[in-house]
Design a protein around this ligand. Structure first.
Ligand code: ADP
Ligand code: MG
Ligand code: ZN
Length: 648
């Protein structure tokens, strides 16, 4: 009860669902009650007191009931025509005989009783069967309670249908469950692999929460907030939890999108409430996930969004208002930092920006180590190889891959995860599941095989490309009919030079080149290759300053660099046409080179392709073996020694 009262104070009563239901129930009960009395009570007519006396005089009265505030007068039954009487004539009142009922206000009149006695009219006061309290309960309290229950159930069902916490039910529930409070997150920095720089920055916050005095003594103010920025799945949420876990303080978390409701003012009251609660529990951490949902820049928007603006303003003022010396720290995460309102980023608010990057090779290996701990594995698994094969994957992907591998092991009826499970799950996530039921015709299978070997040969023949890991012509669910997996040797590259990019384009185009050389045909299978090659050529021209024609002019830039990374163009129509021409010439040139390479190595192309058609999947080693067999005797006079070197 007490709690409720406190709560009501915080939320305006009209926004409290309890209150709304109660009001609706009361109204419904009143309507019901008056409807009941209207339906079941005979119709009464109000008359004046002298009209009453007149009726008594005229002998038209049979009985008078004296209540504390009125006389109810029952007339003598009259014979009437049924048509114009009694609209509710459903047998309640006799059709031929009707009795009129009047009432008039109570008047303390001694004469009346004399008159009534004289006329022989009976009079009485009603004997109440129930005490007034019971009466009140039956007519008001019970229906009210009933209504309340019905309406509450109904509204809950409705709001569930309308999708979770939203809708009418969402109002004012801010204080109930809009955010999570975890007293112990159970996550520490040990659970977050890699991300050393981010951890280092956050460590200061942890230290502050442990020992605020150390900082305040010297007059240093702790940053109020830190913004975790990075692509999805890199562990931002995890890091925030780890900070709370390390500092051993409660963790208030909620998602930015949960703030913004369809009712103006709700989000703001949620923010207010959140900070109030957190203040009471300080030291603690408030974590606002996806802060871009509220923190979106306010300018250049077509339609203004009052609700979001109010919420943002409230957040800004709360962040200004709280006292860091109590040990309250606000963390937020976003993958679209560029759209955040400048006001959020100024000193005194989220003045620290912690970049959470996609993990590098070592980072990936470490992340795999963290997650592999939870599954039983054979002792000979090679996480380094797996990390090499997963360039570009983020922590969430890697966690997922480990789990997929464990699931595969169970499917295979094994008790532990093998390396092949791990590598297979990498492929499943990159290329989709094997689609065994898709039967390719013999002809198609040949084309796919030559296409893939074309890619692989171009890779092997050019020094600036990554070696082949695996070639397969088993179709995959994500649309690939076959694919060639490339994998860096030992290290990941952070820089690519122009020749590497050009060679990579050649590799992309070599699939089509093989089709043309061998079958003299062009298939749709090359579409993805062409797309990626074109993209690469475009970036070389517009962003990397690698074309002679445009030199170092930046013609495009990347938007949303932590999300899909779409490029936006900055140049005129004419320049764009010129860019397209430049790209066309690069592609033509590289395609010619691809064809040249394959023509020169037609032998290898044929032999490896036939082998692939037979086996359906071959490893990089098998590939290199045939490749060297074909090439070595011609190119090198002393084959034995060099064969081994090349095979590496
Ligand atoms: P984000 O908030 O950046 O989108 P999350 O923190 O929700 O990503 O990460 C999702 C999951 O991915 C985590 O629960 C964790 O299992 C895994 N993960 C991500 N990054 C890491 C990491 N650096 N170390 C260990 N696990 C990670
Ligand atoms: Mg997250
Ligand atoms: Zn291809």
């Amino acid at each position: 009860m007490d709690n409720n009262k406190k709560r009501d104070k915080k939320t305006p009563p009209f926004k409290n669902p309890m209150f709304i239901f109660l009001a609706v129930s009361i109204i419904a009960t009143i309507i019901l009650n008056s409807l009941m009395s209207f339906m079941f009570a005979p119709q009464k007519e109000e008359i004046t007191y002298d009209k009453f006396l007149e009726l008594v005089e005229q002998d038209k009265v049979e009985e008078v009931i004296i209540e504390h505030d009125r006389f109810t007068i029952y007339g003598k039954p009259e014979k009437t025509k049924p048509e114009n009487e009694n609209i509710f004539g459903i047998g309640l009142v006799s059709e031929e005989e009707t009795q009129k009922i009047w009432y008039t206000g109570y008047l303390n009149d001694e004469r009346l009783f004399e008159m009534l006695d004289k006329k022989g009219i009976t009079y009485s006061t009603p004997v109440e069967l129930n005490s007034p309290i019971v009466n009140f309960i039956v007519t008001w309290i019970l229906p009210l309670a009933f209504m309340y229950v019905i309406i509450t159930i109904f509204m809950r069902l409705m709001s569930k249908k309308m999708g979770g916490g939203g809708g009418i039910m969402g109002i004012g529930q801010s204080n109930a469950k809009m955010y999570n409070i975890e007293n112990k997150t159970g996550v520490t920095f040990k659970d977050v692999a890699g991300q050393e720089e981010a951890k280092e920055s956050l460590n200061e916050i942890v230290d502050f929460l442990h020992n605020p005095g150390k900082y305040t003594a010297i007059g240093a103010k702790q940053p109020k907030g830190a913004l975790l920025v990075g692509p999805p799945g890199t562990g931002k949420t995890l890091l925030a939890k780890a900070v709370a876990g390390e500092a051993n303080v409660p963790f208030f978390s909620l998602s930015g999108s949960e703030f913004v409701e369809m009712f103006v003012g709700v989000g703001a009251s949620r923010v207010r409430d959140l900070f109030k609660q957190a203040n009471a529990k300080a030291p603690c951490i408030i974590f606002i996930d996806e802060v871009d949902a509220i923190g979106k820049s306010r300018d250049n928007q077509m339609a203004t969004n009052d609700e979001r603006e109010q919420t943002l303003n409230q957040l800004l003022s709360e962040m200004d208002g709280f006292d860091t010396s109590k040990g309250l720290v606000v963390l937020a995460a976003t993958n679209r930092p560029e759209i955040l309102d400048k006001a959020l980023l100024r000193p005194g608010r989220f003045d620290r920006r912690i970049i959470v990057e996609k993990p590098d090779l070592k980072g990936r290996e470490d992340i795999l180590k963290v997650h592999i701990k939870n599954v039983k594995t054979s002792p000979d698994i090679d996480l380094h190889a797996m990390a090499l094969a997963t360039s570009g994957a983020v922590g969430a992907d890697l966690a997922n891959m480990v789990n997929e591998a464990a699931l595969r092991a169970v499917r295979m009826g094994r008790k532990e995860v093998l390396q092949e499970d791990l590598m297979d799950s990498v492929e499943v996530i990159i290329a989709g599941k094997e689609k065994k039921d898709r039967i390719l015709s013999e002809e198609e299978k040949r084309i796919v095989a030559f296409h893939e070997v074309g890619h692989a040969l171009a890779t092997a023949l050019q020094k600036n490309t990554q070696p082949v890991q695996k070639i397969t012509i088993v179709p995959r669910t994500m649309g690939a009919l076959g694919y060639t997996m490339q994998m860096p040797d030992k290290e990941e590259k952070y820089l690519n030079n122009k020749n590497e990019l050009l060679d990579q384009i050649t590799v992309f185009l070599a699939g089509r080149a093989a089709e043309e050389i061998v079958f003299d045909t062009q298939t749709t299978g090359a579409s993805n290759d062409i797309e990626r090659a074109t993209e690469m050529a475009r970036q070389m021209v517009t962003m990397y300053g690698m074309s002679d024609r445009f030199g170092l002019v930046g013609l495009e830039s990347i938007e949303h660099k932590y999300l899909d990374g779409r490029a936006v163009s900055h140049c005129s129509e004419e320049t764009r046409t010129a860019i397209d021409n430049e790209i066309v010439s690069i592609m033509k040139e590289r395609y010619a080179i691809a064809k040249q390479l394959l023509n020169d190595n037609r032998d290898a192309l044929d032999r490896i392709s036939e082998f692939l058609i037979e086996k359906e999947t071959i490893t990089g080693d098998e590939f290199m073996e045939i490749f060297n067999e074909v090439n070595a005797p011609e190119t090198e006079p002393e084959p034995e020694a060099d064969k081994a070197e090349e095979a590496e």
